[in-house]
Design a protein around this ligand. Structure first.
Ligand code: SF4
Length: 169
């Protein structure tokens, strides 16, 4: 039975439940590495003035940066705004459980905008429900069925998910 959840898994839960399952079972593909590298470069360039970049909390999860009362995350675009939001709420909740109360700021570099995130009681409840659903999903022996999504062609699992369709054409 799965017991711990990461910020990436919370993010994937909002993006695609099949992706979450595949990733969590260790099924990954090469361009996942490209994305990691892309994220690394983005983070290096985004906060050169912040002393405390990439904080590893309790050897469990990483946050991009801490600035005053805010936990900061930097993303390329707001295409996955809901998933970004859930990920930051997860970090805020994890920090709160350790006695640290912060708000979140997500900076979208492409659109040059910043969104403030607060862990209200309503958000906290929603997050807890999602975490439980993630645990239930990860206990399933097979992945959720493939469902075409608008961003499938940018997904590392594209060839995997579409393989059968392509051979049937
Ligand atoms: S290709 Fe589409 S369905 Fe498959 S894991 Fe990625 S987003 Fe989900």
């Amino acid at each position: 039975m799965t017991t711990s959840i990461s910020g990436v898994q919370v993010y994937y839960y909002s993006v695609c439940k099949r992706k979450l399952w595949l990733f969590s079972k260790g099924i990954t593909f090469e361009n996942e590495h490209d994305r990691v590298l892309e994220g690394k470069v983005l983070h290096e360039r985004s906060y050169p003035y912040l002393e405390r970049k990439e904080q590893l909390i309790d050897n469990t999860f990483k946050i991009d940066a801490v600035e005053g009362e805010y936990v900061r995350e930097v993303k390329i675009s707001s295409k996955m705004a809901n998933a970004d939001r859930m990920q930051v709420l997860y970090y805020l909740d994890q920090l709160r459980q350790r006695g640290v109360n912060k708000k979140g700021l997500i900076s979208y570099t492409k659109e040059r905008k910043t969104e403030e995130i607060e862990l209200t009681p309503v958000e906290e409840r929603k997050l807890k429900e999602s975490l439980q659903k993630i645990l239930d999903l990860l206990d399933q022996p097979i992945p959720p069925p493939f469902k075409r999504l608008p961003y499938c062609n940018q997904c590392a699992y594209h060839s995997f998910c579409y393989a059968r369709e392509e051979t049937e054409e």
